[in-house]
Design a protein. Structure first.
Length: 269
């Protein structure tokens, strides 16, 4: 069967990155069953032939109007699809969608009529926000990192920037590679409008936000960079938990040491 990826190396490379990240999420135990979602804005890789493709689905309502997405194209993980399967067969477990001119509906154009994630309105709302603010970010990743989710089961880490400060202090690379830290969103119903709105608000300050007792949502220039930020934060969390399991509260880097890092790497305060 002919694929939209055939003879389009740049587009294929982006989708292959999604497949690679999906494999990592499964291997780490962060994507149980059909858990997690990935959505990537692929508009820059769309040519005239793709724009001329007939839809392979009926018109589907997004559920909200997103004016900055007019004419955009996205690769989306399919609803009820498993990350471990997407890693092997990305175009059987996800699809390419076109946002229609009304900015409130979409059609699937390739490769198969795989219905996108049920959280599509939330993901697209984030992408609408990113385009509106002129962000270069194209990818959004939602997953369930075990240790990061675990620390949200106590109020200690739910106060603003407490978790960020702790995680930055565990290993220098965390401040360097996730300089904006970790935003915290109190528990809200998964897939709800309230959760989507809260996520967009937190993304004004953070690139990675933590949904209490649920998972993380990260944005970045591509799917690999978004994964890297989650991976770095969870490594710091693992270091903290390892120290606690050895029977002590880790000292962490001092404020002076982290400020030295900030200056050396030209990082934001």
């Amino acid at each position: 069967m002919k694929s939209i990826l055939d003879n389009r190396p740049a587009l294929a490379a982006e989708i292959n990155k999604v497949a690679e990240v999906a494999g990592y999420l499964w291997q780490k135990g962060w994507a149980e069953r059909n858990g997690g979602n990935i959505t990537v804005n692929i508009t820059e890789h769309v040519d005239d032939d793709i724009r001329a493709m007939a839809p392979i689905s009926e018109v589907k309502a997004i559920g909200t109007t997103l004016p900055h997405l007019k004419g955009c194209y996205f690769y989306c993980k399919g609803t009820n699809m498993r990350m471990r399967d997407l890693a092997r067969w990305p175009m059987d477990n996800g699809s390419v969608i076109r946002i229609l001119d009304d900015c409130a509906s979409y059609v699937i154009i390739a490769d198969k009529p795989v219905a996108p994630t049920s959280e599509l309105p939330s993901h697209l709302s984030v992408h609408n926000y990113l385009i509106a603010k002129g962000s270069p970010y194209k990818a959004s990743v939602h997953t369930h990192p075990i240790e990061l989710v675990a620390i949200t089961h106590t109020d200690k880490f739910l106060k603003k920037d407490v978790a960020s400060r702790l995680l930055w202090s565990m290993i220098p690379e965390t401040k360097a590679f996730c300089p904006r830290g970790l935003g915290i969103i109190p528990y809200k119903l998964p897939s709800s409008v309230e959760l989507a709105d809260a996520t967009i608000k937190e993304l004004e300050e953070y690139d990675v936000v933590m949904w209490e007792k649920h998972g993380v949502f990260a944005v970045d220039c591509d799917v690999m960079a978004a994964f890297d930020q989650i991976d770095v934060l969870n490594k710091s969390c693992l270091i903290y938990i390892a120290a606690r399991n050895m029977g002590f509260e880790p000292d962490g880097m001092s404020d002076e040491q982290m400020d030295e890092m900030r200056v050396a790497f030209n990082l934001p305060k």
